[in-house]
Design a protein around this ligand. Sequence first.
Ligand code: GUN
Length: 295
Amino acid sequence: MNPDSTVAQLIDGVALSQKLRAMAGARVEQLKANGIAPALAVILVGDNPASQVYVRNKVKACKDIGVQSVLEQYPGDFAQDQLLKRIDELNRDQSVHGILVQLPLPSHIDANMVIESIAPDKDVDGFHVASAGALMTGLPGFWPCTPHGCMKMLESINLDLRGKHAVVIGRSNIVGKPMALMLLQKHATVTICHSATANLKAMTLQADVIVAAVGKRGILTADMVKPGAVVLDVGMNRDDKGKLCGDVDFEGVRQVASHITPVPGGVGPMTITMLLLNTLEASERRLSATKTPRP
Ligand code: GUN
């Protein structure tokens, strides 16, 4: 039970996204007034059905707030050299401010090489080593969208992370590792758990904040959660009936946690919102670079 003996409050990613996207509209207008039409290039290689849905949602979200978005789709056997050549063109294209290559890529393509080929100042996914290094050292750079969206969700409930124990389940470069760094930057004590963690429950029971980012449903159940903990669910899975679900046993954990994110309608929309904000940031940096006279 949470301290009020009531079910957890939902952290509504749709509502928070709407609020943040509405605020972003003014930035789009400002950019346009200064002669910059913010633009994102989205590249999809192959026909992974989940990726197709994700990129369509990203392109639509851009259009909704007035950001230009071009979806470039290539067949599953598209050559790596061709892809790198296209990214090089987009890197040089002054009218493009952000470049996103949807992952996963087909196995004949070296994803790391592709990510590193994107100009860091257009790396709105925040996956480039320069972006990762900036996050680690506290320098300005693009932060990966999903963990950044999680941080905005914690901010929305006014959670002071200083001295709190945060447990991140999952160690991916896209979510787990950057999530841990962001929590650390806010002075949380951070534990990263993963598939080789000896006793996951012993860790999660100590946590004031739990971020589940494994991609495995039911990884976090009510008996693993301290009463009053805040639980963020990054998972995107299907249950036996084919319904979308997260990594967290939502019905059980909501009886114990103080706050919880639903799936769908939680972290997912926030990921797209942070992509939009990163694209605006990239466009604004271009604007200030064009305004600053070269020495
Ligand atoms: N695949 C799963 N999540 C992401 C993401 O945030 N960005 C990209 N480019 N690919 C993904």
